[in-house]
Write a protein that binds this ligand. Structure first.
Ligand SMILES: Nc1ncnc2c1ncn2[C@@H]1O[C@H](COP(=O)(O)OP(=O)(O)OP(=O)(O)O)[C@@H](O)[C@H]1O
Length: 293
């Protein structure tokens, strides 16, 4: 099936800075793809390339089947920028205008706008230009969702939201996904990412470092905790070992190396006390992947 968004070896250079380095990535129909990476990794640059706000220095891509930058594809797209701006006071007008520009039928617009504004808690806002950042984000989301877009691109959609708004947004995103829409969003809110994303793409220094479902990525990186006695840390060089009271050693190793390490301990005259799987969090993986070049 055709990807809703595809980057094919896309690079973007700003002067001497290579912000994006040969990015290959597809957002498939009906999936939520979380786009992660440390500050300055290149996430917003990739999003701006997808939207046609920037031109690639090399490579190509498609948005909803058309080459990046094609204006007609944008009517089937919803976009929430990191700092949404509003130019008129009426909240309903902002969202209605987006619906009209995207070709929605007039008969459908009023009901849809009312429903979204109420769902996102912005129906009684007086002046859209004087909103707090969190309220701007809620209104920006209503604007992005109004035309029931095939692809929703969100730059940090929940960064300024209070916990109840975060869960309302989570429900909206999952409902959109369940209706077959695709969502591509950048975020630093790892608990949100864990709860809604089907797959995760991790970018660092403009390069795609990891891509997969959270369970695959956590499984690949799974650790085992091994407790032994009768050996010293010096005999296990290269392995992280903590000395426990009583002289036992606690060792953390990738699960895939467990057998090899246990054999090494036996060869050195050590005795195995226990082994246990150690689940890692996305936060720990984020910290490790951020160190990868
Ligand atoms: N217009 C520009 N001119 C020069 N450099 C830029 C420009 N836009 C982005 N950059 C640089 O490109 C790199 C990637 O920036 P980008 O904003 O895409 O990162 P990001 O992953 O979205 O970061 P954050 O998580 O902080 O929002 C950074 O080093 C940034 O300074």
């Amino acid at each position: 099936m055709a990807a809703r968004l595809e980057f094919d070896r896309i690079s973007k250079r700003f002067g001497s800075k290579l912000a994006l380095d040969s990015l290959c990535l597809r957002v498939e129909p009906g999936e939520i793809l979380g786009f992660l990476g440390p500050n300055g990794a290149g996430k917003t640059t990739a999003i701006h390339l997808a939207l046609g706000f920037l031109k690639a220095s090399a490579g190509s891509g498609t948005l909803l089947g058309s080459p990046l930058g094609t204006a007609s594809a944008r009517a089937r797209l919803g976009y929430l920028p990191d700092a949404p701006a509003f130019f008129a006071s009426s909240t309903a007008f902002q969202v209605e205008l987006a619906a009209r520009l995207n070709g929605m039928r007039s008969s459908e617009i009023k009901g849809r706008v009312r429903q979204l504004l109420s769902r996102l808690g912005v129906e009684s806002v007086k002046d859209a230009r004087k909103l707090s950042r969190g309220m701007q984000q809620r209104l920006g989301l209503a604007r992005a969702l109004v035309n029931e877009p095939e692809l929703l691109i969100l730059d940090e959609p929940t960064s300024a939201l209070d916990p109840s708004a975060v869960s309302q947004v989570r429900e909206l995103l999952l409902a959109a996904r369940n209706a077959g829409h695709s969502i591509f969003f950048s975020s630093h809110q790892l608990s949100e990412v864990e709860q809604v994303c089907d797959r995760i793409a991790f970018l660092n220094h403009g390069r795609l470092v990891k891509l997969g479902s959270l369970s695959e990525l956590l499984h690949d990186q799974a650790l085992a905790e091994v407790v032994v006695r009768g050996v010293t840390a010096g005999q296990l060089d290269g392995l992280f070992a903590e000395v426990l009271p009583g002289g036992q050693l606690r060792i953390l190793i990738p699960q895939a190396r467990q057998r090899e390490v246990i054999e090494r301990i036996w060869m050195a005259g050590g005795e195995l006390i226990s082994t246990a799987p150690r689940r890692r969090t996305l936060e720990q993986l984020f910290a490790e992947w951020s160190r990868e070049l």
